[in-house]
Design a binder for this molecule. Structure first.
Ligand SMILES: NC(=O)c1ccc[n+]([C@@H]2O[C@H](COP(=O)([O-])OP(=O)(O)OC[C@H]3O[C@@H](n4cnc5c(N)ncnc54)[C@H](OP(=O)(O)O)[C@@H]3O)[C@@H](O)[C@H]2O)c1
Length: 349
């Protein structure tokens, strides 16, 4: 611990333990334990945030389960006990000496250490975060809304607007590049979910015509968020009724994503947000379309830009459901039922 740094610029939290949700083994929601854990210590370049709300995301349950969806050679070694989660909103209560630009008391939001991982993650009362991964919370929205945004919104942003990093996706030879959206037709599959509802709004903001694909219960919301057309996938398969699309954002992705290739015009692009399982490269080449993906990465600088769009209402955050941190198991059970509308959030009392 860098005690000089911490003593110099920290509020005294008066305790060495906090409540956190940890797991000591892989498994279903039942492995999540609400228990005492050490308050994370500050390292150089970090702030410590007293957390108000936590947004939950698919990588949380991938880790909880032991990354069963990844090929064995990609499965990281996880040091138990482990705290899950990436997305937080809260208040800075300690700050390392070498951090400029923030102060104790600032309300901030963050996607913490993704895709890397550290001993201090989101499902906790206190989280230490590299200052490069935080931004001031948009003043006009609540901590619940701010915590719901980071991973899903950064994913949509890095796929569609600005990649913001140079890390190569090992699944493809070329760097991922967003495409022009103004005046284009964009189809968003899985449009009611975390990534999807932000993708719809970003495409609309950029001047695209947006076709949203989701189950029927999502139609009203998606039209309110700007969708020009809606396809209920429980009634019709989008790939059978649309063509000449410029860009498909497939937030369902996986091995079924290739079915959208035939909806694209020549020169169009398919961005599977979950690209594992795509095997139709030859068909994509034959049709003259691009298939490209990236992995979202933490970025305080991008969250700072996005804060303006969240503040002025350009981007709205939809909340599916809210659970206390102590009920993280129930939140994961809700997620496992699927058909999420927007985001699931945990609150810290
Ligand atoms: N590349 C990256 O860095 C990155 C980052 C974040 C997330 N991801 C991945 O992106 C995917 C989506 O994440 P998310 O947070 O948006 O998930 P989510 O919130 O669970 O959203 C998924 C949405 O898909 C809809 N859906 C389910 N089956 C469908 C189908 N057959 N056709 C159309 N829509 C369907 C669901 O609602 P309805 O069925 O009611 O329509 C739900 O709203 C996950 O696989 C996640 O791992 C990747």
């Amino acid at each position: 611990m860098n005690s000089n740094l911490e003593n110099n610029k920290a509020n005294n939290v008066g305790a060495t333990f906090m409540k956190a949700v940890r797991q000591h083994e892989f498994g279903g929601p039942e492995v999540l334990r609400y228990e005492d854990a050490p308050i994370p210590q500050l390292q150089n370049g970090e702030v410590r945030v007293k957390v108000s709300a936590i947004g939950i995301n698919p990588p949380d349950w991938y880790l909880r389960d032991g990354y069963k969806m990844l090929p064995p050679e990609w499965q990281p070694v996880v040091p138990f006990p482990v705290i899950l989660g990436t997305d937080i909103s809260g208040v800075i209560e300690a700050i390392a000496e070498d951090v400029d630009g923030f102060k104790i008391g600032d309300e901030v939001y963050s996607m913490v250490r993704f895709p890397s991982f550290g001993p201090s993650q989101a499902y906790a009362e206190y989280v230490s975060v590299p200052a490069s991964e935080i931004a001031l919370k948009p003043k006009g929205i609540s901590h619940i809304e701010a915590a719901a945004a980071p991973m899903s919104l950064l994913t949509a942003w890095q796929f569609m607007i600005e990649l913001g990093h140079n890390v190569q996706n090992p699944l493809q030879p070329n760097k991922h590049e967003p495409v022009e959206l103004k005046g284009k037709t964009v189809l968003v599959n899985g449009a009611g979910g975390g990534v999807g509802h932000f993708a719809v709004q970003l495409a609309k903001w950029q001047g695209a015509r947006v076709i949203a694909v989701a189950s029927g219960k999502q139609e009203l919301l998606l039209r309110e968020l700007g969708a020009d057309e809606f396809i209920d996938y429980t009634k019709s398969a989008a790939e059978d009724i649309v063509k000449d699309i410029d860009l498909v954002i497939d937030s369902v992705g996986g091995h079924t994503t290739g079915r959208f290739l035939k909806t694209l015009k020549q020169g169009g692009a398919l961005f599977p947000i979950f690209p594992l399982g795509f095997n139709d490269n030859e068909e994509a080449m034959r049709l003259g379309v691009i298939v490209s993906a990236t992995q979202v990465r933490s970025s305080g600088a991008q969250l700072e830009k996005l804060a303006q769009l969240l503040d002025n209402g350009t981007i709205k955050v939809v909340i599916d459901s809210i659970f206390p941190l102590a009920d993280a198991q129930k939140a994961h059970e809700r997620a496992a039922k699927g058909h999420i509308q927007g985001k699931i959030v945990l609150t810290v009392s």
